[in-house]
Design a protein. Structure first.
Length: 86
């Protein structure tokens, strides 16, 4: 079965990375017909927070994505990418 990984990356406003990470961890993904196989959270220099979720299905699978965080937590719009396991 193919797997699609969704990557969600946000840059926090200066000094707000811990708040952004707490917000991201608290987000509940809406139910879908496909269970989330795995979800991981990462941080990086520059106040960046990354969330990766793995789902059964191909690149175009209809799976839920994390929403945009409150504007006061972010320095720019969220970046989103999809990748299919090969």
């Amino acid at each position: 079965m193919p797997t699609v990984a969704l990557m969600w990356e946000a840059k926090a406003t200066p000094g707000r990375a811990p708040d952004l990470l707490t917000w991201a961890r608290a987000q509940t993904l809406p139910p879908s017909g496909v269970p989330c196989e795995r979800r991981e959270h990462f941080t990086a220099p520059g106040d960046r927070v990354l969330v990766i979720t793995w789902w059964q299905g191909g690149y175009d699978a209809d799976v839920p994505e994390l929403p945009d965080p409150p504007e006061e937590l972010t320095a720019r719009p969220v970046h989103r990418w999809r990748f299919e396991r090969v």
